[in-house]
Structure formats: C-alpha cells, structure tokens
Design a protein around this ligand. Structure first.
Ligand code: NAP
Length: 362
C-alpha cells in the first residue's frame, strides 16, 4: 500500500521528536517533510535537532537527511503532502493561529498540539475515545473559512488526558458528575526543550504552571460539548477546580482527582467495571494507535506511578488506581497518562487515523 505522505511542523522540538519516534513503521503514514523555525531552516534534520534530540534511539535514517523547511515558507510545502502535524511554539498565539490557518488555506489539513486554536469554535478539539463526533465540525469550518481540502483540528491540553477519559466513561455509563477537584503533578517534558531549569525542579515542586489551570478547568467543557450550527456548543455541566504543579519526573502527568456525582452514585465495583470495559470508536475501528484498553485500572495500592505505568499500551492507555471513598466528595482516585505520547504526538496520530477512517484525510 502506498503510504500517505505527511509533514511535521516543529519537528525539532520535544513533541516533534516524539512524532518521529512513534511514526517509524506506521502502517499508513510516512514522514516526508520536516519544518521548524528559521534557525533550523536549510539544515539537515540531524544538524538541526543536534544535541536537542531526546529520544531513546538514534535519529532514524529516513529522517536524518531531510532538509528542514521554515514553517512559514508556505511556497516550499511539498505538493504531495496529505496533512501536517503541528507542534510549533511561536512568540504569540495569534502567529500560530495564522500559520495553521495558512496551511489549511493551502489545502493542507493541520492536526495541532498547540493551544492557539483550542477556543476557535469551528475548530474541533478531539480525544478519539470521547468526542470523535466533533469531526463533523470540519465541513462547517471549511465552509465558514473558504477552505477546500484543508482544515485545522486540535488536541487538548496534555494534563487533562489523564483523567477526562476516566470521568467521561463513568458519565457515558449514566452517572452524571457534578464537581471535580483536580491536582496535577506534571512532568518536565511538558515544558518542551530545554524547558524548566534543573535548579528550579530538582529536589523541588513548582506549584504553578502558567495558563495550565485555566486549560484544565475549561477545555473539558468544549470536549464534552455538542456539534452546533456554527461550531461546538460547550457543555458546562461539570464544575472543575484545579491546581497544576511541575514535579521532577521526565515523562508522565499524574492527577489526583476528587469526584462528586449529581444524583446517582455508582459503587466502587461498578466504576472499576466501567473503566475496565470501556471501549470507543478508535477500538471498534481497530485503529493502529488505539490502545486495546483505553483505561487500565491498577489494583496495587501504590499505583499508578509515572516510571512504571506511563508506557502502558505503548503510552496510549490511561492508568488509573487508588479509587476510594472521599470524606467530602463521593470518590477520589489517581490517574496517569504519558504527556508526550497520549497527551501529544500519540494522541494526534490517533486523531489522524480517525480522520482517515472518516474519509477526511485522503
Ligand atoms: P519545543 O520543544 O520548545 O519545540 C518547539 C518547536 O517549535 C521546535 O521545532 C522549534 O524549532 C519550533 N519553533 C520555535 N520558534 C518557532 C518559530 N518562530 N517559527 C516556527 N517554528 C518555531 O516545544 P514542545 O514541547 O515540542 O511543544 C510544541 C507544542 O506542543 C507547544 O505548543 C506545546 O504547548 C504543545 N504541547 C506540548 C506537550 C509536551 O508534553 N511537551 C504536550 C502537549 C502539547 P527550532 O528547533 O528551530 O527552534
């Protein structure tokens, strides 16, 4: 089968490198284009990534000699590119919005990790197991903005991947959640490269990550929303309060979650059964990056732990444990997901597979 030719914008960064690692041997997609800042443009990928390469493998032969393009050199986008993953950082969100819409205007679908377009109502923010139906907004976006084949789809913030699938599964089984209090313990790789200074984080916890609490509290409302005439209509029925902290862990965001139900309260056994049996469209379609079990409940009292559980099902499963009664709310639990895999590159690859299965990527 001829593979679909794809590009990575921001290929030299932490998330970009994860795409390169994860897409090796992908049955459908082949990386043919890498782009980054003007600093990297014109160099081979190996020269541009250089000492920043963080993956536990050498730079693959198929990528190391590709010449890095400037992300904003729109004229040099290869004609045969089917879509791009975007993992760029830029000084302002407006610049990123403009760049991503420019690719869409040029007929190139963009699957983005950046937060710039997360609040654009006609841009869907997709977690395959939760809101695959939000892909129905794509034709609305194309009509609104005069795009022919191009569009922009985003992936939500990396920290909420750890708990939102778990709470969604419970709601989908008929138990409405009223309130969530969430405390995250987020890995340093979440800040990109070079990220948090070692002197700030070694032997320490930083109890603030700029903009993260707002994203954790607000993005679920869009993800749980419905497709309306002009875009997504938010669902604000769950009240969320969060505290986001940075801890000295390389990969894997953990969340401690307290959960209160609206009326019916399931038993502990029911919740564990719901989590263990939960499956959704990516599993039904047998997509290459779909975890067999999206939620894995760990019975050991001291799990999940980032070092031991972040790679469950190739980093695509959410690991949950310590479900117990809460003295103030109804239950509390601890959840973990791999931030650069499920929360970034792997999650977006799953979205791309879903869009291909829906015929939106050719
Ligand atoms: P990063 O390591 O800092 O990488 C940034 C990338 O953007 C590099 O390829 C860099 O190229 C490029 N870039 C920087 N300035 C640019 C410019 N002016 N024009 C074009 N490209 C430019 O960041 P990251 O952690 O990979 O994050 C990338 C995006 O994903 C961010 O929006 C981030 O919020 C999001 N995200 C990250 C994570 C995570 O866990 N790390 C999770 C979810 C989402 P050069 O090498 O040439 O500078």
């Amino acid at each position: 089968m001829n593979k679909i030719k794809i590009g990575i914008c921001g290929a030299t960064g932490v998330v970009g490198q994860n795409y390169i690692k994860l897409l090796q041997g992908h049955p459908w997609f082949q990386i043919v284009d890498v782009a980054a800042s003007p600093r990297s443009a014109g160099k081979t990928y190996a020269e541009a990534a250089g000492f920043k390469w963080q993956m536990p493998m050498s730079i693959p032969d198929s990528v190391k000699d590709l010449i890095v393009r400037d992300v904003q050199d729109f004229e040099s986008i290869p004609d045969d590119l089917s879509f791009v993953f975007s993992a760029i950082t830029m000084p302002t969100k407006d610049q990123i919005k403009e760049v991503e819409f420019k690719y869409a205007e040029k007929g190139i679908p963009v699957i983005s990790n950046n937060s710039a377009h997360r609040w654009t109502p006609d841009v869907p923010m997709i977690i395959g197991e939760i809101n695959h139906k939000h892909a129905d907004v794509i034709p609305i976006q194309q009509k609104n903005r005069g795009f022919d084949k191009g569009f922009v789809v985003v992936k939500p913030n990396c920290s909420l991947q750890s708990y939102l699938t778990a709470t969604y599964a419970i709601e989908a089984a008929g138990y409405k959640i009223d309130k969530l209090i969430i405390t995250t313990l987020q890995a340093v790789s979440g800040a990109g490269y070079p990220g948090v200074a070692s002197l700030d984080v070694v032997d320490n916890i930083v109890p603030y990550i700029g903009g993260e609490e707002e994203k954790t509290e607000q993005e679920p409302h869009k993800i749980l929303g419905k497709v309306g005439e002009n875009g997504i209509v938010n669902d604000d029925s769950i009240q969320i309060s969060s505290t986001c902290t940075r801890v000295a862990v390389s990969d894997g965001h953990t969340a401690s979650v307290n959960m209160k139900f609206k009326d019916k309260v399931p038993s502990k056994e029911e919740i564990i059964k719901i989590w263990t049996e939960f499956k959704s469209v990516p599993q039904e379609l047998n997509l290459p990056f779909a975890p067999k079990r999206p939620i894995i409940y760990l019975e050991n009292i001291d799990r999940p732990q980032p070092k031991k559980d972040r790679d469950n099902d190739k980093g695509m499963a959410v690991s949950v444990g310590r479900l117990r009664k809460d003295n103030v709310f109804d239950y509390k639990f601890v959840a973990l997901s791999h931030n650069t895999v499920r929360g970034a590159a792997g999650g977006s690859i799953l979205t791309a597979e879903l869009l291909k299965a829906k015929g939106l990527i050719k």
